[in-house]
Design a protein around this ligand. Structure first.
Ligand SMILES: Nc1ncnc2c1ncn2[C@@H]1O[C@H](COP(=O)(O)OP(=O)(O)OP(=O)(O)O)[C@@H](O)[C@H]1O
Length: 192
């Protein structure tokens, strides 16, 4: 018998809002249930990031070439770098029988709404832009310039997240355990 695959999950939110932290908790608790759609990016790896696990790190020319061949579901320019989800990345997870989890930004969400993927859309919202700045500074992954770019973009992203109808759920990541409980309950309820 054919089984319809469960809806993919999309987590979106400003850089530093806590998407990776929450996704990691979900994978730690349910290693066999969820699988991560590994995005492509032209940005440099951060310390500890593995090619093929956190991202597929790719050159700008190769990525532009693959985009023109129609290999991507969504692409975005963020902080001077290209990001995107390849059709293959999502297929790999779905074919493994797991629920596909995508971490994508605002432009990608707009594009994915026009596909047949029909994902559950979750916005991870920081308690404030000031707190977002504190977290990004504490993470020590950004230069002053890329930090400012991320903070500037976050204002528009938060507006998009708050707009009724754009997401199925908005989760404020104030206390991380509380945010995770809310995420977990929402997902398990929706995917029952
Ligand atoms: N509720 C929280 N309270 C305090 N710090 C947090 C909280 N959630 C996440 N953090 C910390 O904030 C930083 C940003 O979180 P994280 O890297 O998960 O964000 P992100 O949304 O995945 O960012 P990016 O889009 O840049 O990858 C990390 O150092 C993380 O440990």
């Amino acid at each position: 018998m054919l089984h319809k695959s469960p809806r993919p999950l999309v987590l979106c939110g400003p850089s530093g809002s806590g998407k990776s932290t929450l996704i990691k908790k979900l994978f730690d608790e349910f290693p066999d249930k969820f699988g991560f759609s590994v995005s492509h990016t032209t940005r440099q790896p951060r310390p500890g990031e593995e090619d093929g696990k956190h991202y597929h790190f790719i050159s700008k020319t190769k990525m532009e070439d693959d985009i023109s061949k129609g290999e991507f579901i969504e692409t975005a320019v963020f902080s001077n770098n290209l990001y995107g989800t390849s059709k293959k990345a999502v297929e790999t997870v779905i074919n493994s029988g797991k629920i596909c989890v995508l971490d994508i930004e605002m432009q990608g969400v707009k594009q994915i709404k026009n596909t047949s993927l029909n994902p559950l859309l979750i916005f991870i919202k920081p308690p404030s832009v000031e707190e977002l700045e504190r977290r990004l500074r504490a993470r020590k992954t950004e230069t002053e310039e890329s930090l400012q770019r991320r903070l500037n973009t976050s204002i528009e992203e938060i507006k998009f997240g708050d707009e009724p109808g754009n997401f199925h759920r908005v989760i404020v990541n104030d206390d991380v355990e509380k945010a995770y409980r809310e995420l977990r309950e929402f997902i398990l309820q929706e995917l029952k």
